[in-house]
Design a protein around this ligand. Structure first.
Ligand SMILES: Cc1cc2nc3c(=O)[nH]c(=O)nc-3n(C[C@H](O)[C@H](O)[C@H](O)COP(=O)(O)O)c2cc1C
Length: 201
C-alpha cells in the first residue's frame, strides 16, 4: 500500500486543517497508510552556519524521504501560509532538501468562503523554489471554506459533495504519486540529481 505523510501546516492546538488531515487519513485508510506529522514544536528557522537541522526537523526530513508522497494542509493567515509552515519549509530547503522530486498534494481549510485559496496558491509558489523543487500535483485544489462548520461531532465532513470532490482529488493524487515516482526513478542517475544552493550562484 502507498505510504503518505500528512503535514499539519499550523502550530495551533485547535485546527480544522488537522481535522481535515485526520478525516483524509480515516476516509482513505483502505487506499493508503497516512501518517500525520505535527510541525507545531519545530524551532523557528535561523539559518545556522553549519546548515545542520535540529533533530525534530531531521525527523521530518527522514519521514518525507521514506514517504511515497506528501499532503500539506494549510490555513490562511493574511493571504499566505502560517509562519511555522514557512519556517519548516525554510529548514528543509536549507538542510537536506527532502522535498526535491517528492509528489505533493496541497489542501487547506479556512474560516471564510474562499477556503484558503490564496495561501494554497502561495504554497504552490513556495514549493516550486529551486531548493524545495517538489512535484506539486497540477490543476488541483481542495478548498475547505467555512471550516469551523464543516465537520460533525465525529470529525467527518458533513457535505457529501465535498467528500466526493475529495475522493476524486485523492484518487488523482494516488495516480500522480505512482507516475511521478516512476518518472523520477527512471531519471535518477546521480548526474541528474542536482541540489541547488543560492550560495553557489
Ligand atoms: C493572523 C490570522 C490571519 C488570518 N488571515 C486570513 C486570511 O487572510 N484569509 C482567510 O480566509 N482567513 C484568515 N484567517 C482565518 C483563517 O481562515 C483561520 O484562522 C485558519 O485558516 C483556519 O485554519 P485552522 O483551523 O487549521 O487553524 C486568519 C486568521 C489569523 C489568526
Amino acid at each position: 500500500m502507498m505510504n503518505l505523510l500528512g503535514i499539519v501546516g499550523t502550530n495551533s492546538d485547535h485546527s480544522t486543517n488537522r481535522m481535515l488531515l485526520q478525516f483524509i487519513q480515516k476516509h482513505f485508510a483502505d487506499k493508503a497508510n497516512i501518517e500525520i506529522f505535527e510541525i507545531k514544536d519545530l524551532p523557528a528557522f535561523n539559518k545556522p552556519k553549519d546548515r545542520k537541522a535540529p533533530s525534530e526537523v531531521q525527523e521530518l526530513a527522514d519521514k518525507i524521504i521514506e514517504a511515497d508522497g506528501v499532503i500539506i494542509s494549510t490555513p490562511e493567515y493574511n493571504h499566505s501560509v502560517p509562519a511555522i509552515l514557512k519556517s519548516t519549509l525554510e529548514w528543509l530547503s536549507y538542510t537536506s532538501q527532502p522535498l526535491i522530486d517528492k509528489p505533493v498534494m496541497i489542501t487547506g481549510a479556512s474560516y471564510g468562503k474562499l477556503g484558503s485559496s490564496r495561501s494554497q496558491a502561495h504554497l504552490r509558489q513556495i514549493l516550486d523554489a529551486p531548493e524545495l523543487k517538489a512535484r506539486i500535483m497540477p490543476s488541483s485544489e481542495f478548498l475547505l471554506g467555512y471550516s469551523l462548520q464543516a465537520f460533525d461531532e465525529n470529525g467527518n465532513l458533513k457535505d457529501q459533495s465535498k467528500i466526493e470532490e475529495l475522493e476524486r482529488i485523492f484518487n488523482d493524487f494516488t495516480h500522480f504519486v505512482t507516475i511521478t515516482n516512476q518518472l523520477v526513478s527512471n531519471n535518477h542517475s546521480p548526474k541528474n540529481v542536482q541540489k541547488f544552493s543560492w550560495e553557489d550562484n
